[in-house]
Ligand binder design. Structure first.
Ligand code: NAD
Ligand code: UDP
Length: 336
């Protein structure tokens, strides 16, 4: 397949590029580098099946030749980034999504949208199944990201229903691993870098809020499975519907085009993550408490029964193992 990855110079997009190149596909990365880094894809430069275009995907997108699939990953993703770039975040979620869907329609290409667990907002249901509609405050600072992604999902479903574009939506939960930026403000990168540098670990609030962390290799494996699964058969034929319905109360989606959660269901408090990072790094750093940001979700944990049944996917990397790899990565890129 010839695949366009928007945001491909970012954390997740660069790992997806590696995986898809490794599977023998051709990959074009389109990225304006506002939060991504050329060094994430430097090792792919010069590869005969890889190319990079520096471009803002909110503008009209032209790609020469045939295109089989588009992965729309362009968007600031860490709270620090999207709070610093609220308008750019809303534009890439709205205008950027419109442009890639138009391109998918013109090229008869499959489109996979990177959505997020933030569509569930500060959830009143835990864990969150895909059928939960969420609890989002549209006018809070975080709303710029949540609403951009909710709009992007709605636009994607509209292109599927109205124009027949073959679309997929993945709702990604907190993911960590090598190539996160050391100072992107996310909890794992912050805690690991702080621990390695002997600085206090900054817990926002009292640290009782929860998150569930997926190692990047698990995540990109799930996403590529969703991308590559055939859409010509009804969902019921691809999975054992009867078995699924007896084991779970969650209805199977009518189509492959409905959103699928991908994440690791092991749930920890933020304080628990801080303690684990201190243990694994052997750091003597103290803990420092800071104010909780507005509308910070109190709980988050994916219900992944659908991904298991539909894709045969579940995470394999234990948090401790993934954190060790992440600590090793950060210990090479940050100085004391
Ligand atoms: P990232 O910031 O590392 O990567 C995003 C990339 O998009 C960057 O390279 C950035 O330069 C690029 N970009 C932003 N606006 C653009 C524009 N207008 N035109 C072209 N390129 C643009 O973030 P990430 O963690 O790799 O996230 C990738 C995607 O996955 C995002 O859409 C994000 O919302 C989604 N997601 C990530 C997580 C996570 O835990 N990492 C969780 C949920 C959803
Ligand atoms: N957090 C924290 N200290 C930090 C960074 C984040 O306590 O230095 C908290 C944050 O308030 C949230 C959780 O960790 O409750 C996860 O934050 P992150 O920015 O990684 O992603 P989110 O899940 O909020 O999008």
């Amino acid at each position: 397949m010839r695949i366009l990855i928007t945001g491909g110079a970012g954390f997740l997009g660069s790992h997806l590029s590696d995986l898809l190149i490794g599977k023998g596909h051709d990959v074009i990365v389109m990225d304006n580098l506002i939060t991504g880094r050329a060094e994430n894809i430097a090792h792919l430069m010069g590869h005969p099946r890889f190319s990079f275009v520096k471009y803002n995907v909110c503008d009209y997108i032209h790609v020469d030749g045939a295109l089989d699939a588009i992965l729309h990953f362009a968007s600031p993703a860490s709270p620090q980034d999207y709070l610093e770039m609220p308008i750019a975040t809303m534009k890439v979620g709205a205008l950027g999504t419109h442009k890639v869907l138009g391109l998918a329609k013109a090229k008869h290409a499959r489109l996979l949208l990177a959505s997020t667990s933030e569509v569930y907002g500060d959830p009143l249901v835990n864990p969150q199944p895909e059928t939960y509609w969420g609890n989002v405050n549209p006018i809070s600072p975080r709303g710029v990201y949540d609403e951009a992604k909710r709009f992007a999902e709605a636009m994607t479903m509209a292109y599927h229903r109205y124009h027949g574009v073959d679309t997929r939506i993945v709702r990604i939960f907190n993911t960590y691993g090598p190539r996160m930026r050391p100072h992107d403000g996310r909890v794992v990168s912050n805690f690991v870098v702080q621990a390695l540098q002997g600085k206090p670990l900054t817990i926002f609030g009292d640290g009782s809020q929860t998150r569930s962390f997926c190692y990047v290799d698990d995540l990109v494996r799930g996403i590529t499975t969703l991308l590559l699964i055939d859409s010509d058969k009804p969902v019921a034929e691809r999975t054992n519907r009867a078995r699924f319905l007896t084991k779970s109360t969650q209805p199977l989606p009518e189509t492959i085009h409905d959103p699928v959660n991908i994440g690791n269901p092991r749930e920890l408090t933020v304080k628990g993550i801080a303690e684990l990072v201190l243990k694994l790094t052997g750091s003597k750093s103290q803990i420092e408490y800071r104010p909780l940001p507005a509308d910070d979700p109190k709980v988050r944990r994916p219900d992944i029964r659908l991904a298991k049944q539909l894709l045969g996917w579940e995470p394999e990397v234990e948090l401790e193992d993934g954190l060790r790899k992440t600590i090793e990565y950060f210990s090479q890129v940050v100085s004391d």
